[in-house]
Design a protein around this ligand. Structure first.
Ligand SMILES: [Zn+2]
Length: 71
């Protein structure tokens, strides 16, 4: 039987066979979700960080700097 959690639970510690240790797992719809450590391994974080920095700069940084220099 799957473990059940309260509606507000978004993560809990479980044993992960892939990691070989107890890790934080996501809790989806009150059930045990994927291992967060394994998910981070699958998603290369440098690439994610690069995109978000570029987007932030495009959204805020560049236009703000240009506006201030404009006068
Ligand atoms: Zn894992």
């Amino acid at each position: 039987m799957p473990e059940h959690f309260t509606k507000n639970t978004i993560s809990a510690t479980f044993w992960c066979n892939k990691c070989g240790k107890a890790t934080m797992h996501r809790v989806d719809d009150r059930r045990r979700g994927p291992c967060m450590v394994c998910m981070e391994r699958l998603i290369p974080s440098p690439a994610v960080a690069k995109v978000s920095v570029a987007e932030q700069s495009a959204l805020f940084g560049d236009s703000l700097v240009r506006d201030r220099r404009g006068d």
